[in-house]
Design a binder for this molecule. Sequence first.
Ligand SMILES: Nc1nc2c(ncn2[C@@H]2O[C@H](COP(=O)(O)OP(=O)(O)OP(=O)(O)O)[C@@H](O)[C@H]2O)c(=O)[nH]1
Ligand SMILES: [Mg+2]
Length: 537
Amino acid sequence: MAQVTTQAELSRQVAKRRTFAIISHPDAGKTTLTEKVLLYSGAVELAGAVRSRKNQRHATSDWMAIERERGISITSSVLQFEYGNCSFNLLDTPGHQDFSEDTYRTLMAVDSAVMVLDAAKGIEPQTLKLFEVCRMRRIPILTFINKLDHPSRHPLELLDEIEKLLHIEAIAMNWPIGDGPEFQGVYDIERARVLLFERTLHGQFRAPVSVSNIDDPELARLLGDAPYARLREEVELLTVAGKAFDRERFLRGEATPVYFGSALNNFGVEPFLDALVELSPPPGPRQAGDRVVRPDDPDFSGFVFKIQANMNPKHRDSVAFLRVCSGMFTKDMTVDHPRLGRKVRLSRPYQLFANERTTLDEAYPGDVIGLSNPGIFAIGDTVYTGKPVQFPPMPTFDPELFAALRNTDTSKYKQFHKGIDQLVQEGAIQRFFGEDGAQLHPILGAVGQLQFDVVKTRLELEYGVEVIVDPLPYTIARRVIADEATWRSMRWPNGTMLVRDRKGDRVALFQTAWQAERCAENNPDARFMRLGQEIEA
Ligand SMILES: Nc1nc2c(ncn2[C@@H]2O[C@H](COP(=O)(O)OP(=O)(O)OP(=O)(O)O)[C@@H](O)[C@H]2O)c(=O)[nH]1
Ligand SMILES: [Mg+2]
């Protein structure tokens, strides 16, 4: 009997979970939308801002000092909250491509995504890239078109662009009435009601005005004749075009429901949050090798997709972010940890709210929990109870920029190495060792320049060490697989540097792609492998 109850409770908990990432090109307003979603769900009482003035609250999800300083997101953060009888796990991701490895990993951990577009800019390059990742993983996408308070492109043009560039059906769920200074609000198509935007009350909104349908004369009076006529015309056009929202198509990633608003002005956020409750899917089955893991499987399983050190000045430790995929998680449970080849006890689990944490006793599929990590977890680790499970590996990128890192104060040797160790563990940067394993000045590999800036700043702020980043002229790294005889006879282009990666494998750093290709041709007995794949095969 107890078994039946537990199973029913597990299914009930799974059904109320909503786990999604907010993705887009930099600056479209992901963090601002996140903050407003927290405000409307009641998870924060006062909304903060990305670039806040003195004494003003900062946006919750940009908690890192360097994020607040620069007004951009650098690392994904997890926010858990309750709304509309659902338990949400929201993951706000960084848009900048230099941090996209972090965003790609985060996309492994969610069941749906919210794509934020700037209404003046439409689909931007990074949005397109991230969308492709969602498509490959068949992640359903909701679209929020933001910044309608600025002069915007015509909504029909924006919908058309989504369809043309992303090859997905874009279904308007509400319709903006004007834009920029003339932005009046949105018309909720299904419910035939108008939500009026109140510009003067910054940070507040006026109660929605209900009208029974678009022919209601009250609506013309409220909006003014010309905007009303335009709205009628546009809504009619939409009706004629005849595209209705089809939930199944949305869940298969073939259609996206589109909402308009302005996150900064709190406008259109509440209907969007309601849409998330209604439309975003609960956790579903996951492929793990040749097995399919169902969320209501009584055996527990999950994987680590992120590691972050120094999240909170009160707890300067490392936390592993684990996505629960099946079964119930309970504090102190013992799980198999196949990479270590032993069992581990999960004794310090946390519920996460950006850099805040509270101890939790249980968690369910869909939840992202924090685990205190004294070096036992790495990105990509799977843990489970019962039958063995292995979730797919995390995507990794090929580094294209390299630098030597110099510690300017040798008395801080220990902090320097601890800092680098932790940042490498987080996947914030890649590290290489000298051919002989020596490591006087670590060699770092990155996808983008900003990663070096972040490492330098974080070493200063979090570990108290000043470093110099010396750029190196390499642009390509290849893992070299060769037997000893072949290795000794190999001929290298001038200026090639030979290093080892953290597994001890040999890696050659080349200055140009041409050199790397020639080297492979000249040494046919060796294999030259890329270090990363943007997306796992
Ligand atoms: N006018 C206007 N500005 C907005 C709106 N939403 C966000 N912004 C501003 O746009 C800028 C970028 O917003 P963020 O929320 O940091 O954007 P983001 O997508 O999280 O950016 P990254 O995380 O760095 O990729 C900030 O200055 C916001 O105040 C909006 O609705 N209207
Ligand atoms: Mg952000």
